[in-house]
Structures are given as structure tokens and as C-alpha cells.
Design a protein around this ligand. Structure first.
Ligand code: URA
Length: 434
């Protein structure tokens, strides 16, 4: 077999065989195929797409290229959750303790943030002392002991994907649905859960800016999961504005505690309720989604989800008093208002700009090894549909550097659009694909 023939086949829109895909992934991982040939094949895939069988074979080959986590020691149905990333998306920190408090075993590996989206691991790392770098045996032991463990994704998972993603990033081949779907699903299959729940975000703060592409990505990933023998459901959520009230690592952790204490904003509570309900369904704890949403809400009302989060923090060496007093996580030196200069109703928010402002304040990474200031972030006071008067704050900037904070004011103000009349209701949930 030879890579030049494989490139020509994809260039000419032919379907690649399982052997050809395995050859490409294995030989590229070993360094036997140079980047210029791999880039050429990636571009041919980007332009000509892939069949379902090709996408499945690529996913499986990448999953096999690293460690496959074995969670079989943990009794019960293990359900993984993945978000394609968004602004202010603290759902994992809320939903996982809630379902764990209902007896669903949670063994979840999460990523760090890169670019304008933040990752759950950075949010957890904002809790003093909390360790996300667990060894695999400790991770499994914690799930067996308290029903939940959250850690950073092992470096050894889907190693071919890591190498290919870095190449895609510099060759204009990231935005391909077959490549994104196989990249995400290879890591999910390797992470060892029995079933998978996907949150596919859509809108100005998401990877998929329009609903047609979000639906296509969701359908592709659900079908990969099913073909690989793991029931998979995707919830498409609206990311045309940040989710909840806060963006930024420590601020989002504080907000997650507020939500678990019954003080969450409606949009984020709705998304957490629905995702939690689908996790319960996948875990075999209830077929009816409306009933499951009530079960989740009950775990908020009786604070059992909050107690489970506290137990998780203590177990992973974190300062659990943050749960009793989440305001100790609000540490930035400056809180700077962004005031409206018009009267009207908020009609649009360029959500990506809010994620970018967090990065500009030092709260995100441009490169993988950049350090992060956990304290900084944005509080979103006015959301789509809200009425605003000139002079009222639409946002607050939390910064440790006054100049850097003040530099974001105009940028953030210009991220809002206003209408003279009331706008249509904003829907947080766009679709469910199962
Ligand atoms: N996230 C991934 O893990 N892979 C992609 O290709 C895009 C987003």
C-alpha cells in the first residue's frame, strides 16, 4: 500500500477502504508518512468528504492509536458527556455531581481550554488545592468509592488524533465535519464509557455557527457511536449568547456552586436539567425525560448534588469550603462596568468576543502551555431580550490589571446589538438527535 495512491483515490472522490485508512493512521503516527502528504490527504477529505464507513474506520483507527481506558471494574452503566465547547459552559461541573447523586457512576475526563473556549479542567483547577492530574487507578478507585471522579484527559488517549489535529490547525482543515466528528468520537470511544451524551453547541460562540452544520455534526457523531456499539444521544444547544451569567474559570466554578444551591439562571438550569435527564435515560435510570428533569431539579432543591460536588472536591484534595462560601472564588482586583450608551432591547450578542475578552484578560490560552489567570472573567448582566436603559451596566469585567480591563470595555460594548422593539424569545435547546 502506498500513501500517494491513497491521496489520489480521495482526490478522485473514491471511497477509501478500511485497510487504507488503517495504513494512513498507523504509518502517520509512526512518523513514516511526512506532514506534506498527510496534509494533502486531509485537504482531499476536507473537499470531498467521507462516507459513513470511512468516518467510522477513521474514528476506530484513531481510537486504537492510544490507550483504551478500561472502566469495567466500576459497576453500573458508565455514561460519558462531551461538549463541543462554548462560552460560559459550566454544565459538566453541575450535571455530573447531580447524576452521581442519583447513583450514576461518573468517570469523566475533560480537556483544558484553548482559544476563546474554556475547558472544565481549568475551571476545576481554580479551586485551591484541587487535583485534576490523577493516575488512572486513583481515578477508578474514586468512582468506586464516592461515585464520581473528574480529571484531565490522559495524554495517551487517541495519540494519532493529537498529531493530526495539530496538522489540521495549520493547514486549513479543521472545519470538516468528518474530521471533527472522528476526532471527537475517537477520544470518546477510547475513554471507555458504555454510552455517550453529546452537547453540540451552535451559534456565535460555538465551533458550529449555523444550525444546519451543527445538526450534521450531531448526526454524524451519533451514528459513529451507534455503529461502534455505544448508544449515543446529542443535544444541540444555542450558543448565540454565553450560557448563564459568568465566563471565566473561577467565576464559572462559583456559578456552578450557585446553580447546585438553587440559585442558577433559567437558561443554564434548563440546559443542565435536560442534559442530566438524558444522562439518566442513558444510564437506565428512567425513560421519561420530563420525569427525569424533575428528578434532577429535586437533587438541586434537596442540595444532594451540591453535597456530591463537595465530596468530589474533598476527595481530589481541593478546599471544599468554597462550596459553603463560593464568593471566596471571586478574587479579581478590579470590577469594571460596561455601560450601555443606548436604550432598547438586547437583540444580538457576539458571544465569541466575550470568550476572546476572557483570553485577553489572561483567563485563557493562545498556546497549549500558556499560564492562566483563574480570577479574571466577565459577568453578563443583560442577555438577549432584556430591556436596557442608557447608562445601565450590560456587563462587568473582572480583571487583575486595570489597564487590561479597561481595554476590553469598548470591545465588549460593541459585541452587543440592540433593537427598539422586543425581540423573539431565545431558545436554549435547539434539537435532540438520537
Ligand atoms: N474538538 C476536537 O476534539 N476535535 C476537533 O476536530 C474539533 C474540536
Amino acid at each position: 500500500m502506498n500513501i500517494n495512491e491513497i491521496i489520489k483515490a480521495k482526490r478522485d472522490c473514491k471511497e477509501l477502504t478500511e485497510q487504507e485508512i488503517n495504513f494512513f493512521v498507523e504509518e502517520y503516527s509512526k512518523g513514516n508518512i511526512p506532514d506534506y502528504q498527510a496534509s494533502s490527504l486531509l485537504m482531499a477529505i476536507y473537499l470531498n468528504g467521507m462516507s459513513e464507513a470511512e468516518i467510522l474506520n477513521l474514528t476506530l483507527a484513531m481510537a486504537r492509536s492510544g490507550e483504551i481506558v478500561d472502566l469495567s471494574e466500576i459497576p453500573g452503566i458508565k455514561v460519558d458527556k462531551h461538549s463541543t465547547g462554548g462560552i460560559g459552559d459550566k454544565v459538566t461541573m453541575v450535571v455530573m455531581p447531580l447524576v452521581a447523586s442519583l447513583g450514576v457512576p461518573v468517570a469523566k475526563m475533560s480537556g483544558r481550554g484553548l482559544g476563546y473556549t474554556q475547558g472544565t479542567v481549568d475551571k476545576l483547577d481554580s479551586i485551591p488545592g484541587f487535583r485534576t492530574n490523577l493516575e488512572m487507578d486513583e481515578f477508578i478507585r474514586n468512582v468506586k468509592r464516592i461515585g464520581i471522579a473528574l480529571m484531565g484527559q490522559s495524554e495517551n488517549i487517541a495519540v494519532a488524533d493529537k498529531k493530526l489535529y495539530a496538522l489540521r490547525d495549520v493547514t486549513g482543515t479543521v472545519e470538516s465535519i468528518p474530521l471533527i466528528a472522528s476526532s471527537i468520537m475517537s477520544k470518546k470511544l477510547a475513554a471507555g464509557a458504555d454510552k455517550i451524551l453529546l452537547e453540540v453547541t451552535c451559534g456565535s460562540g460555538a465551533f458550529m455557527e449555523n444550525e444546519i452544520r451543527a445538526r450534521k455534526l450531531a448526526q454524524t457523531m451519533v451514528s459513529i457511536g451507534k455503529m461502534a456499539g455505544k448508544e449515543t444521544i446529542a443535544v444541540i444547544t444555542n450558543m448565540n449568547q454565553p450560557l448563564g451569567r459568568f465566563c471565566g474559570n473561577a467565576l464559572e466554578t462559583k456559578e456552578a456552586i450557585d446553580i447546585l444551591s438553587g440559585k442558577g439562571e433559567k437558561d443554564v438550569v434548563n440546559v443542565c436539567g435536560l442534559l442530566g435527564a438524558y444522562m439518566l435515560k442513558l444510564a437506565g435510570k428512567g425513560e421519561n425525560i420530563v420525569t427525569n428533569i424533575k428528578l434532577i431539579q429535586n437533587q438541586i432543591d434537596n442540595r444532594e448534588g451540591l453535597a456530591k460536588f463537595k465530596e468530589l472536591i474533598s476527595r481530589q484534595w481541593g478546599e471544599s469550603r468554597v462550596v459553603d462560601d463560593p464568593d471566596i472564588l471571586v478574587k479579581a482586583k478590579y470590577k469594571i462596568p460596561v455601560n450601555s450608551v443606548v436604550d432598547g432591547f438586547v437583540s444580538e450578542i457576539e458571544a465569541k468576543n466575550i470568550g476572546q475578552a476572557v483570553v485577553n484578560l489572561g483567563g485563557g490560552r493562545l498556546k497549549k502551555d500558556d499560564t492562566v489567570d483563574y480570577d479574571v472573567g466577565i459577568e453578563v448582566v443583560k442577555k438577549i431580550g432584556d430591556e436596557v436603559k442608557s447608562g445601565e451596566p450590560i456587563m462587568y469585567i473582572y480583571s487583575n490589571d486595570e489597564t487590561k480591563g479597561l481595554m476590553q470595555v469598548e470591545y465588549l460594548r460593541n459585541s452587543y446589538k440592540f433593537s427598539k422593539t422586543q425581540v423573539e424569545n431565545y431558545k436554549e435547546i435547539l434539537d435532540i438527535i438520537d
